[in-house]
Design a protein around this ligand. Structure first.
Ligand code: HEM
Length: 299
């Protein structure tokens, strides 16, 4: 006890503060509780459906669960980007956590496909237009922290890029603009317009700060990654950029196709093509895949 007290006194003295005042404060402080610490009540107050369809609450909550998992992924990635002199061991730990979070996303997605009433979903989704999961900023932050911007430009986009493009130019041609920008007329869907107004500046700022420090570049700096690290990187790339998009696409097909009809998505993209991994060919670590594997990306 006296050792703990001495350490506390030392701590406050180093801050130029009187330790006694802080210790006396403990007489009055309430014990911490689970509900305060986890902010349970705040968390459970965040579901505000816009219709009376019961399954809309499931839809909102599952998106919120996804955003929390994306935040866990981001949390790992931010540590990778900020760390100096990373080791293989550090990267392997981070990648194994990231793979685990992504597996949670993949294996739970059927809550969206089989956990809601088909007819009700197709009714309440009309009240959500033009909002779309496409507008998830965290999904874009993760891409920016994982890889160089040139890997986020698809093949037609690469042909449009000038020599030595800067960050802003990469964003003009980034793959996801294909979901809502008509490049011939310059016309954007409202989904895209609102998304860019809110977040584009923050994407550009993050990309500038992460230049030379993304996960991909941290691996490159190691020089000669071990087979175990290469395997972890490939696993994460496959989970995040093939398997997760595939379950997502299957869910979209479940609700938006049928009777020879293809319904419009709330975000207004040519979604069948846009969501299929083989069309975007999004890869965080393209150098780790053979030509044949690239050809077969997403099946
Ligand atoms: C019934 C469930 C869902 C359906 C039918 C669906 C459908 C779609 C469609 C059609 C798109 C293409 C953009 C558009 O035109 O709107 C899209 C994009 C997207 N959705 Fe979903 N979605 C569902 C659930 C989710 C969930 C739970 C999330 C989690 C946040 C999510 C996140 C995203 C993201 C991040 C994109 C952009 C993907 C990319 O750019 O590669 N979606 N979704």
């Amino acid at each position: 006890m006296s050792e703990a007290k001495d350490k506390l006194i030392e701590k406050y003295e180093a801050l130029g503060e009187n330790a006694n005042t802080y210790l006396e404060g403990l007489y009055h402080s309430r014990p911490i509780t689970y509900w305060d610490y986890i902010e349970v009540e705040t968390l459970l107050s965040l579901q505000r459906p816009r219709t009376d369809f019961k399954d809309e609450t499931i839809f909102i909550m599952y998106h919120q669960v996804t955003e929390l998992l994306l935040k866990m992924l981001r949390h790992e990635l931010e540590q990778v980007v900020e760390a100096e002199g990373v080791t293989e061991e550090f990267l392997l730990t981070k990648l194994s956590r990231m793979a685990r979070y992504t597996k949670m996303l993949i294996t739970s997605f059927d809550i969206m496909k089989d956990g809601m009433d088909h007819g009700d979903y197709n009714e309440f989704r009309k009240a959500l237009t033009p909002a779309s999961g496409f507008q998830s900023a965290q999904f874009r932050y993760i891409e920016i922290l994982c890889t160089r911007l040139e890997n986020l430009v698809n093949e037609p986009g690469r042909l449009r890029l000038g020599n030595d493009p800067g960050v802003e130019e990469y964003f003009e041609h980034i793959y996801w603009r294909d979901a809502g920008l008509d490049r011939e007329t310059g016309k954007k869907t409202l989904t895209m317009k609102l998304f860019e107004e809110k977040y584009l500046a923050s994407f550009i700022q993050l990309a500038k700060g992460a230049q030379g420090r993304t996960l991909e570049e941290k691996v490159m700096a190691l020089g000669d990654p071990s087979p175990a690290l290469i395997e972890s990187l490939r696993e994460f790339d496959r989970l995040y950029n093939v398997e997760w998009p595939q379950v997502h696409l299957r869910t979209a097909e479940h609700y938006l196709t049928g009777k020879g009809q293809v319904k419009a998505a709330t975000g207004g993209s040519q979604w069948k093509k846009y969501l299929h991994p083989k069309f975007q060919q999004r890869k965080f670590f393209p150098g780790l895949w053979s030509e044949e594997e690239r050809q077969q990306w997403g099946g």
